[in-house]
Design a protein around this ligand. Structure first.
Ligand code: 2AM
Ligand code: CA
Length: 271
C-alpha cells in the first residue's frame, strides 16, 4: 500500500493547504450574494489564490517539474519528464452557487502519461489519491470500481455543455441513447469528482465531451488504479486531443462506448 508515498504526501499536502482558503472563501460567499457582481469576482479570486498556493507548494517540493494550470497556463520545467496538471477549483459554478460539490485536482504526468492523481473535495473532506502501480485510495481506504455488469443497473454521470459551448445536439443524442437503457444519469458539475466517484464505485461510468487536461489527468490515474478503464468517447486514446472522456468499470466500458458512439452516428432528430 503506497498511498503514503513521498510523492503523494507532497500532493495531498498542497491540496490541503489550498483547500483551507477555498473553505474560508466558500463560507464567506453567503454574505456576498447580495451584490450582483460580487460573487463571480470573489470566486475568481478564490480560484487564483488556490492556484498560487498549489504552485508555490509544488515548486518548493519539486522545483524542476513543469506546470500546466487552468488559470495560468503552461510553465516548462527543467525536468522535461514530469509535469503537474492542475485544476485549482473544479466545479466553479457549484462553488459560486453555494453548492458544496467542488474539488482541487492535482495530476502528475510522467513522460506524457498520467502517473499520479490527487482529487480533494474540501467540504466532504474526501481525499482521493492514486499513483501508478500503487492502487487508488479514499481517505486511506482502498478503492475499487463498481462490480455492476448490466447497463440496466448502471448509474452514469455526465457533463452537460453550457453557455452555447460544445455540441448541444450531439450531447442530447448521447443522453437520449444512455438514459433510455440505464438506471439513471447524474450531472454534478465537477468532472474531476465524477472520475473519482467512478474509481470509488459510486458511479458505474462517466462520459463528457471535450474536457481539458486539468479536468482529467488526476482522475484517469484514479479510475485505472481502481481497476477501471478510461478512453475517449470512441474507445480510443484521444482524451487529451478533443476526443472527450469515457470512464467505467471493465464490464460496462464497451457497452457505454457503443451507446455514446451510436449517438454520434445517429441522424439528427427533426426540429
Ligand atoms: P471548472 O469548474 O474548473 O470550470 C463539468 O462539465 C466541467 O466543466 C467542470 O469540471 C467545470 O470545470 C467545467 N465548467 C466550466 N464552466 C462551466 C459551467 N458554466 N457549468 C458547468 N461546468 C462548467
Ligand atoms: Ca475544471
Amino acid at each position: 500500500m503506497n498511498y503514503r508515498s513521498p510523492l503523494l504526501n507532497v500532493m495531498t499536502g498542497a491540496a490541503l493547504k489550498a483547500a483551507k482558503g477555498l473553505i474560508r472563501d466558500f463560507g464567506e460567499l453567503e454574505q456576498l450574494q447580495v451584490s450582483k457582481k460580487g460573487p463571480a469576482d470573489f470566486v475568481s479570486r478564490a480560484d487564483h489564490k488556490s492556484e498560487s498556493v498549489l504552485r508555490s507548494e509544488l515548486k518548493k517540493a519539486r522545483p524542476a517539474y513543469g506546470l500546466l494550470m487552468e488559470e495560468s497556463g503552461e510553465r516548462a520545467g527543467t525536468d522535461t519528464s514530469n509535469r503537474w496538471v492542475i485544476d485549482p477549483l473544479d466545479g466553479t459554478t457549484n462553488f459560486l452557487h453555494g453548492i458544496p460539490h467542488f474539488s482541487i485536482s492535482i495530476g502528475l504526468e510522467r513522460d506524457g502519461e498520467p502517473y499520479a492523481g490527487v482529487i480533494y473535495s474540501p467540504i466532504a473532506d474526501e481525499m482521493f489519491v492514486a499513483e501508478r502501480g500503487g492502487g487508488a485510495f479514499l481517505n486511506g481506504r482502498r478503492l475499487r470500481v463498481s462490480g455492476r455488469r448490466n447497463v440496466e443497473e448502471a448509474l452514469f454521470a455526465t457533463g452537460i455543455p453550457f453557455l452555447g459551448l460544445g455540441d448541444h445536439g450531439l450531447f442530447l443524442k448521447q443522453l437520449g441513447a444512455v438514459m433510455a437503457v440505464c438506471t439513471g444519469v447524474r450531472r454534478y458539475g465537477s468532472a474531476a469528482l465524477d472520475l473519482a466517484w467512478v474509481a470509488a464505485g459510486r458511479f458505474d461510468g462517466f462520459w463528457e465531451n471535450g474536457l481539458h487536461p486539468w479536468d482529467i489527468t488526476a482522475g484517469i490515474v484514479l479510475v485505472r488504479e481502481a481497476g477501471g478503464f478510461v478512453s475517449d468517447l470512441s474507445g480510443g486514446r484521444k482524451m487529451f486531443s478533443g476526443g472527450g472522456v469515457l470512464a467505467s468499470n471493465a464490464a460496462l466500458h464497451e457497452p457505454l462506448v457503443a451507446l455514446v458512439g451510436s449517438a454520434a452516428r445517429a441522424p439528427a432528430t427533426a426540429p
